[in-house]
Design a protein around this ligand. Sequence first.
Ligand SMILES: [Zn+2]
Length: 428
Amino acid sequence: MATRQRFQSHTWSDDPAELRHVANAFTKASPAALTTTFKLIEKGLASGKGFLGGSEYVGLAGIAHAYLHLSGSMAQISASHMASAPEPLQALAASHDSLLSMAAQLANAASTSPRHVTFLQGMPGVLCVRAAIYKAQGKSSEAEAAAMEVKQWHALATSMPPGECELLYGRAGYLYCVLYLCKHVSPKAADASMVAKLVQQIVSEGQRSPMAAEFGGLMYTWHGSTYLGAAHGLVGIVHTLALAHKQFPGAVLCPGVDLGGLIRSVTLALIEHAFPSGNLPSSQGSDTDKLVHWCHGAPGFLPLLLEVEGLCSSAEAARVHAAAERAADVIWERGLLLKGPGMCHGVSGNGYALLSVYRHTGDTRYLVRSLHFAEWLTERWQQLYGHADRPMSLFEGISGAVYFWADALAAAMGGERADHIVFPGYEI
Ligand SMILES: [Zn+2]
C-alpha cells in the first residue's frame, strides 16, 4: 500500500538573482496570511481549542512567544523600508505595544506540570518567555525577577535520574533556559557553577555509554532508544553543550575535559553517521532516510554544524561546512512537509533552518530558499493546519508559521539585525 506523501517536491530556483522576485511575492502575500492566522488563533484562544496547556511546545507560552517575536521582528525593519510596505504590514508594525500586551497576557496565564524543567515543556520555559516580554516592555525589574525564579528549578534539574539529559524533557532543556536568560535577559540569571554542575552531569552520563566511542566520546539513551536528533537525542544535547561552551570557559564548566574538543569529535562522528543525502538517521542503527524534521533529522543537525564549524581546524571545518551544505540541500529538496505548519516537524522549522544558514553565512542563496518556503506556506497553511494535532501551537501549528514569517519578513524587507533569527528553544 502506498504511504501518504511526506513532502511536496518543487522545481524552484535558488539563484541569488531571484531574491527580489521571491521577497516581493512573499511580502505581498504575508499580510493576508498573518491577518487570517491571527483571527484563527484568537478564536482558538477564546474556545480553548487547538493548543494544550501552558508550554512553549504546544501551549500558551509558545503562542505568546510568537506574538513577542513578531513585535521584535517588525521593529527590525527600518522606517524607510517600512514606508514602501503594504498598508496592513505598516499597521502591524504600528501595533507593537498591543502585540506585546497580548504576549504578556498569554504568558502570564500559562503554567505547566511542576515536574518539567525545560524551556520547551516546563515552567522554566514559561518564565523565560515572561522575562523576555517584560524586557521588551522596558520592565527590567520584573524581567529580572522572572529570570531569578528559573534558578529554583536547578535543584530539580540536577537531581533527575542520570539518563534524563535530552532537550525536550531533560537537563539540556534546563541548561538552555539558563543560557537563554544569561544572554537575553540578565547576566546575573546564573553563575558559572550552576551551569558547570549541569554540564558535568550531562558529559559524565554521555561518557558512560557503551556506544560513546562510536560517537566521538558521548552517547545517550532515552527511554530505551539511542536517538540522534535535536528533540530527544545526541544532536540536541551536544548543540546545547556547544552554546554553553560559547558563553562560559570550557575549563570552568568541565575541569579535566577538553569540552571544545569533545563537542568537535562528537559532531565529526555524527557526520560519519549521516546519510549520503545529508539527512541524519532518527536513531543509532536506523537506515531509513525518511524524516527531514527538526526533531529527527537534518533541520536540527544543521544548527549544530553551523556552531561547531568555528571550533574546528581548517581541514575539519571544511568537512563540517560540506556536511552543513548537504544538510541544507536535503531540507531544500524534501523540506516542504505536508504534516503541518509548525516548527518541530513542519515547514516553518525547515524554512527556519535555512534562515539560520543565512544568519551564519550571509549567503543570499539560503535566504532565497527560505523565502520560497515562507511564500509557499502563505498559500498552503490552511490545508496543513488541518493535519496538526495542536493547530494553534508554536511547534505543531500556525504560531510556528507566524514566528517563521516574522523573521522571513524582516529579512525580505531589509531587516538589520540578523542575530534576531533564532530557532525558539534551540538556538540562542
Ligand atoms: Zn517533531
